[in-house]
Design a protein around this ligand. Structure first.
Ligand code: URA
Length: 261
């Protein structure tokens, strides 16, 4: 059920993406982040927008993002059909697009006017760290596809002393109650806190089964006490981003993510 929902929404995005060519000026401006639909209508009426150096006053004129030069108050705009945000997800927030009662990761993207954004994959409510939020269905599909084996690295604190044999099991594959064992993973033991009997680990997995990290650690008898995602493919959590904060991905980060596919 969970997977079906995620994939259905992704495929609907892929369809939309292919159709797009000429778009209305107001849509162009909202996509570019100039403002909300009503704000950009005002901006256009005030004569603050030029298209190919000519002032335009109609929000519904058609723009070809590949050839037309659109400027706002004399500054040339760069059109991006899709939007990409890195969120440092805090614990206590749901990785869904909407919820009637609880705060969602999209609620944290304050001031972002792009529509159709969704989180690429889910982190559990109590998991922190890197979450990519986008409206680019193709990229999301490729990152989530079980065939692509995108690396995801997590930092975790486990209850108990993770022994050599646990490390071997984690690396070679463990039985988490699925048809097959987990795929080989990379595990690095960072430290063991004897006083509190806790182990710190880095674990890199190449698949994304439901609650996978927690289930892997349960399987070796060292349950997760704290979990944080540090990276997904080439995308690494920006250390400068405080918990609950977000920023746009750089052009380099977006193109590296796309290179992978
Ligand atoms: N594995 C888990 O168990 N939880 C997450 O949130 C992510 C990976």
């Amino acid at each position: 059920m969970f997977k079906m929902g995620v994939y259905a929404s992704i495929f609907s995005f892929i369809g939309k993406e292919k159709q797009m060519k000429q778009i209305r000026l107001d849509r162009y401006l909202t996509d570019t982040g100039v403002g909300t639909r009503s704000e950009v209508k005002n901006i256009i009426r005030k004569g603050q927008i030029t298209v190919n150096n000519v002032t335009v006053k109609k929000p519904d004129i058609k723009i070809d993002p590949n050839t037309d030069v659109v400027s706002y108050l004399g500054k040339e705009l760069v059109y991006s059909e899709f939007h990409y945000y890195m969120l440092h997800k805090p614990a206590g927030v749901l990785s869904v697009t909407e919820d009637k009662k609880q705060e969602t990761v999209l609620d944290l993207l304050k001031g972002v006017s792009a529509k159709n954004l969704f989180p690429v994959g889910r982190l559990d409510k109590d998991t922190e760290g890197l979450l990519l939020i986008t409206d680019d269905g193709t990229l999301a599909h490729n990152l989530l596809s079980p065939k692509k084996h995108v690396d995801k690295t997590y930092y975790l604190i486990a209850d108990g002393k993770v022994e050599d044999e646990d490390m071997k099991l984690l690396c070679e594959g463990v039985d988490i109650g699925e048809e097959k064992k987990t795929l080989p993973a990379e595990a690095v033991l960072k430290s063991y806190d004897m006083v509190n009997n806790r182990s710190e680990l880095l674990l890199t997995i190449r698949e994304g089964k439901f609650h996978q990290i927690k289930r892997m650690m349960e399987a070796v008898g060292k349950p997760v006490l704290y979990l944080k995602r540090l990276s997904m493919g080439s995308l690494v959590l920006d250390e400068k981003l405080e918990k609950g904060c977000f920023r746009e991905l750089t052009i380099e980060e977006v193109s590296k993510l796309k290179e992978f596919n």
